[in-house]
Design a protein around this ligand. Structure first.
Ligand code: ZN
Length: 670
């Protein structure tokens, strides 16, 4: 990890079905869409201080060549099986449908808007054939099944070694990595895939956007590589591009067994990076497999799932444009709340308290006080000090002076930051970084240089020298988390920015040697506040921005009557009453129905209601509802139903109970 020879690689996957869908929706071409977003992402990463060695793209020629070479190699080695299968075809559009182009009801949670590859409500990975009532999102028609031939990777045959790789960290009997260093949720998700049994997975698709199957392979006509085959190969093609541009050998990053491959992803991509990509790499035969995949879980926003389509999101490029200089504060709040082990929550109120208490109250305060005091008592220069000067609160002893002991503590604190980062515990690393500032504040607080300067100038010099060394250490520890603020702190200290590669290592080496790193007499710049307080009205503005940006649901039908007029007599025939649900159960073999037992005027009655896709039985006990009590009884799925529960359908299709505003059961509604 601390080797200087790290390549930090990322890029845009430009062959996902979401891109062609967006092009269709915006009346644009996939090429226009990817150019717009690739450039936006690239600029935003740069502005946010994320310094990839290369941010590449899968539409580049080197990527197409590299992934075709992979396919060719696997094909030539006989790694694929060829199989005819039935796939959904849109007869109106005249094409086979990518998984994302098919919508239907999720078989696991009954979400009516699940995609052919995944249900975004319950997170299940799906195949289009599992969807209930599938429709094509291109034409809105019901797709038909048609036979088509594809190349499959026989993942079922790899199950044995994949299990050893995931569970024991071994590969071909040899130790490959330490599985105890992997996050438990990552291993857990892989195990559940393995336990469910792996199936051969098609590595090609019938599409018109993506990497062509190499032309010389018989049957290649009209076939593209499966996006989850070509996208991870994008890491390799990006490395090639970067290595070519920088006179390096790309192979040493992918094929030298001493090189560690690590993927930083979100949990929705675990299976592709931990099972499918390793299977592709091993089948090819020349490549390293990942030694760790420290995937994060999901970050929610103000208690809701982030959704770019619903615009429930903070757009980083907009945030940075509207709030120049606040990038590091956002990075701090995001890291502090990172969903490393479980889903976590970002709220604007939380952001305000993180920034005000940690960055303003602790970190900026320490730096500012140290600088002001040094200018006041030491002429703005790093003071010389007497080794024997006592520092209150420090643990000086016979072997080491107070100052030396505190410098060793600084080394330990910096080591904690480094160790946490190397173990991908970024929240812990961030906390250890802040602890350096807290320790510095304590030194100031215990010794109160502003009070004792006249009586004990020796202690004041020792304390301020120490605090300046701490501020220097802090500038290094801040660097991975807040590169801009680190550079500003270093400019206050009249130091150049931390060197991206090697700066940390050489600083730690000097600390370990016992060097006092900021030399005595070094002139400092003027004090400056590193962070400013986040005020209530600014936070309110962010919260209202978020809510205002939600799309308005157009529902013009709601105001116009949809049924012919009826007389008052017609209405008075209806016996509408309040009731209470006593129990609810699933009706077997009916995915929409629940059997409800109600209490009305002290009597029980049974009603079958089509709400199973909206409510789970256990949510319904003791709910107060309104029913049409004199609806002619009828048998539904073998259950006698005596009445109907009144429901209101919201714009998003969700059904809500009509309620009376009083819990008394049996009240007549008129
Ligand atoms: Zn679902």
């Amino acid at each position: 990890m601390l080797d200087n020879d790290v390549a930090f690689i990322c890029g845009s996957d430009e062959h996902g079905a979401a891109i062609t869908m967006k092009a269709l929706k915006e009346g644009s071409t996939p090429q226009e869409i990817i150019d717009k977003y690739h450039n936006l992402f690239k600029e935003t990463f740069l502005k946010a201080g994320i310094s990839f060695d290369i941010y590449h793209r899968t539409s580049s020629p080197v990527h197409h060549e590299t992934s075709q070479e992979f396919f060719r190699s696997l094909h030539a080695q006989g790694q694929f099986i060829e199989e005819e299968s039935e796939q959904y075809y849109d007869e109106q559009a005249g094409k086979f449908l990518a998984d994302r182009y098919i919508k239907g009801t999720c078989p696991k949670c009954s979400n009516p808007d699940a995609y052919g590859d995944q249900c975004e409500r319950c997170g299940s990975t799906l195949s289009p054939l599992e969807l209930i009532n599938p429709i094509s999102t291109i034409s809105g028609s019901v797709p038909v099944l048609r036979s088509t031939k594809h190349w499959y990777l026989p993942l079922d045959k790899y199950e044995g070694w994949l299990r050893d790789y995931i569970e024991k960290g071994t590969l071909e009997g040899a130790e490959h990595h330490d599985p105890s260093e992997w996050k438990t949720h990552v291993i857990g998700q892989c195990k559940s895939w393995l336990d469910g049994g792996l199936q051969p997975r098609a590595m090609t698709r019938d599409l018109d956007w993506g990497v062509d199957v190499p032309k010389e392979i018989p049957g290649a006509e009209g076939k593209k590589l499966y996006v989850w085959m070509d996208a991870p190969i994008g890491y390799i093609s990006a490395t090639k591009q970067w290595a070519n541009d920088n006179g390096k050998d790309w192979k040493s990053y992918w094929q030298d067994p001493e090189t560690a491959l690590i993927h930083f992803i979100g949990k929705d991509n675990i299976v592709f990076h931990c099972l499918i990509f390793p299977a592709i790499l091993k089948a090819e035969g020349h490549y390293n497999l990942p030694v760790n995949v420290p995937a994060n879980q999901f970050l929610n926003l103000e208690e809701q799932k982030i959704s770019t389509s619903r615009n429930w999101a903070i757009w980083v490029h907009e945030f940075l444009n509207d709030n120049p200089g606040h990038g590091d504060a956002l990075r701090y709040a995001l890291t502090r709340n990172m969903p490393e082990q479980k889903d976590s929550e970002f709220t604007w109120k939380g952001y305000q308290s993180d920034i005000n208490s940690d960055l303003v109250g602790t970190l900026a305060n320490f730096v500012h006080r140290t600088m002001v005091l040094t200018h006041k008592f030491c002429d703005g220069k790093v003071p010389a000090f007497d080794e024997d000067a006592p520092i209150v609160g420090s643990r000086g002893n016979d072997e080491a002076s107070w100052h030396e002991v505190e410098m060793m503590d600084l080394f330990d604190r910096m080591w904690t930051v480094q160790d946490a980062i190397c173990k991908f515990n970024f929240r812990e690393g961030l906390k250890a970084m802040l602890d350096i500032a807290s320790a510095g504040n304590q030194i100031l607080q215990f010794n109160e240089p502003w009070k004792i300067f006249k009586q004990e100038p020796e202690t004041v010099h020792a304390v301020l020298n120490l605090c300046l060394q701490y501020a220097n250490g802090l500038s290094h520890a801040m660097h991975p988390f807040m590169p801009e603020a680190s550079a500003r702190l270093r400019s206050i200290l009249s130091l150049p920015p931390v060197e991206e590669k090697g700066g940390w290592v050489s600083f730690m080496d000097s600390l370990a040697e016992g060097d006092v790193i900021l030399p005595v007499g070094h002139s400092l710049s003027q004090p400056e506040h590193l962070f400013s307080r986040v005020e209530d009205d600014w936070i309110q503005l962010q919260i209202s921005k978020l809510h205002e940006s939600l799309p308005v649901i157009e529902n013009t039908e709601a105001v116009t009557p949809q049924k012919p007029a009826i007389t008052y007599d017609d209405f008075s025939k209806l016996d509408i009453r309040t009731a209470k649900i006593i129990s609810a159960e699933i009706v077997p073999k009916a995915d929409k129905l629940l059997k409800l037992t109600l209490e009305v005027n002290g009597l029980q009655r049974t009603v079958v209601s089509g709400i199973a896709q909206h409510y789970r039985p256990e949510e319904l006990k003791d709910k107060h509802v309104v029913i049409l009590a004199n609806l002619e009884p009828r048998k539904i799925r073998g259950v006698q139903s005596e009445g109907m529960i009144l429901m209101a359908e919201a714009g998003d299709g969700k059904l809500h109970f009509v309620q009376a505003g009083s819990d008394e059961s049996g009240m007549v509604v008129s």
